[in-house]
Design a protein around this ligand. Structure first.
Ligand code: NAD
Length: 481
């Protein structure tokens, strides 16, 4: 068991280390600074990368079964320390117990499943004369950069495949939620050889140093689309491999044959899970005009029963916004709706004097298609409801965005649901369900929602180089040659 005292240290070359400068962590439900964590220097990043490069020489050649076993052991360590990790996650991120449980136990389960995956050599050709195989060789050192909404799960989505495929990794959590990841680094010190998994913490500059670092071969990044573009530019210097998991503006399309009462909880949690700080949240709901009023009213009724508060309180359903800049950003969207005279079907009034960064569930009643609240990603609990009548038109509106992360379609007419779903330009399209993920299911974005994917064998492959080896079996056998 790891010491869950309030001391937070980085893991570099298998050891816990501090830094000469410290940053503060805030509890978003109280706005109080409750912990300090290291602000890594550039030299400390160099040390982490150097130790990962050194470890790579051994780790990349370790038997697959050993690497799989180590990843499974990380999952077991997370499960053993789940209570402490969940409490810490709620404190630093704000999410209530149910969300913390989903993320921490999900991370443990993810390790167990990714540990079963592998990429065997592909036999391309085998004749008496020639043999051609393609191997999936590890890249070297991966830099994992994560956001503040699901800090543990999104780190595991990078750590587990990187290690199974024989890479070493340096992870940098968001400065808003570094603590669980730092503890994860400590937990893994007794599981992995020094240097295989390093955790460094600090501000955004640390991320920039990583993307430009010549000793890092790949960046696995989850975050904002605009940051992803910076990452891509900077990674070009040594042609780092990239997986970019970026923003979304996921549409949900509701057909006229739904049961509004049955649909309301699905739509609500699809949109407001994790307080809507979720790349894959429903961010626009297109409701057929025949059922628009009924679905809107059922959503309002359901939302009225939701309790917002400190995630540490047992009866809280939705916690606070995770950080002050994000709180200000969501306020801006609410102000923009008010200034433009859009109608709030619910919410729209923020108590600026509240103890934490709380925002009420806010529903905007049929704003214009080109309004900011429809066209942009607010990443907070404000959701536009829109009307549609023509199928072709609603598909065009749903796809009319720079994003293409997820989408959902809801209706009893399965044929119509599938017909519409198949025309939506998004990495994941859910039909009559939402937010079903799996370690065996490729997850990634189209358009400006990302490049590449995580999870499944496709995701695993992104941590490897194709390594084609051909053998001419007859060369040298015939004396005449
Ligand atoms: P962000 O882009 O601000 O930060 C993400 C990470 O990048 C942080 O660790 C940050 O310190 C680091 N960073 C910042 N500037 C950097 C730079 N120039 N170079 C390298 N690293 C840098 O994102 P955020 O606010 O933490 O997260 C919210 C965003 O993440 C939303 O847009 C959301 O949709 C997206 N997101 C996407 C997915 C997905 O899988 N597609 C999942 C979760 C969140």
């Amino acid at each position: 068991m790891t010491d869950f005292s309030d001391q937070y240290l980085m893991t570099i070359d298998g050891k816990s280390v501090g830094a000469s400068r410290q940053l503060e962590s805030f509890n978003p439900a109280t706005k109080e600074a409750f912990a300090r964590f290291p602000d890594a220097s550039r030299e400390q990043l160099d040390e982490a990368v150097e130790s990962a490069r050194k470890a790579f020489r051994i780790w990349s050649g370790a038997p697959l079964a050993d690497r799989q076993h180590a990843v499974a052991a990380i999952g077991e360590a997370i499960a053993e320390n789940a209570e402490d990790l969940m409490a810490l996650l709620t404190r630093e991120q704000g999410k209530p117990r149910a969300g913390a449980e989903w993320e921490i136990l999900g991370s443990a389960a993810w390790c167990a499943e990714i540990a079963k995956q592998s990429l065997p050599d592909e036999l391309v050709e085998e004749t008496d004369d020639r043999r051609v195989i393609t191997r999936f060789s590890p890249l070297g050192v991966v830099g994992g950069i994560t956001p503040w909404n699901f800090p543990v799960l999104l780190a595991i989505w990078k750590i587990a495949p990187a290690l199974v495929t024989g890479n070493c990794i340096v992870v940098k959590p968001s400065p808003f939620t570094p603590l669980c990841t730092l503890k994860l680094g400590e937990l893994c010190q007794s599981i992995l050889p020094p240097g295989v998994f390093n955790v460094v913490s600090g501000g955004d500059d640390l991320g920039k140093w990583m993307t430009a670092h010549p000793g890092i071969n790949k960046i696995a990044f989850t975050g904002h689309t605009d940051t992803g573009k910076h990452v891509m530019r900077s990674a070009a210097d040594n042609l780092k491999r990239l997986t970019l998991e970026l923003g979304g503006n996921d549409p949900a399309i509701v057909l006229p044959d739904v049961d509004p009462e049955a649909l309301a909880p699905e739509l609500f949690w699809g949109a407001f899970q994790n307080n809507a700080q979720f790349c894959n949240s429903i961010k626009r709901v297109y409701i057929h005009e025949d059922v628009y009023d009924e679905v809107r009213d059922a959503l309002i009724e359901f939302a009225k029963g939701i309790r917002i508060g400190n995630g540490a309180d047992q009866d809280t359903d939705l916690g606070p916004i995770q950080n002050l800049p994000q709180f200000e950003k969501v306020n801006e969207y609410i102000d923009d709706c008010a200034a433009n005279g859009y109608t709030f079907a619910l919410g729209g009034k923020v108590d600026q004097g509240a103890k934490g960064w709380f925002i009420p569930v806010t529903l905007v009643d049929d704003p214009p298609e080109d309004s900011r609240i429809v066209a942009e990603e607010p990443f907070g609990p404000i959701l536009p409801l829109l009307k549609w009548s023509d199928e072709e038109d609603v598909i065009q509106r749903a796809n009319d965005t720079r994003y293409g992360l997820g989408a959902s379609v809801w209706g009893r007419d399965q044929e119509a649901v599938q017909r519409i779903g198949s025309q939506l330009d998004a990495g994941t399209v859910w039909l009559n369900e939402i937010h079903q993920y799996s370690p065996y299911q490729a997850f990634g974005g189209h358009k400006e929602s990302g490049i590449g994917c995580e999870n499944s064998l496709h995701g695993l492959m992104e941590y490897t180089n194709w390594h084609t080896i051909t053998l001419n079996k007859s060369w040298g056998k015939d004396d005449s040659k």
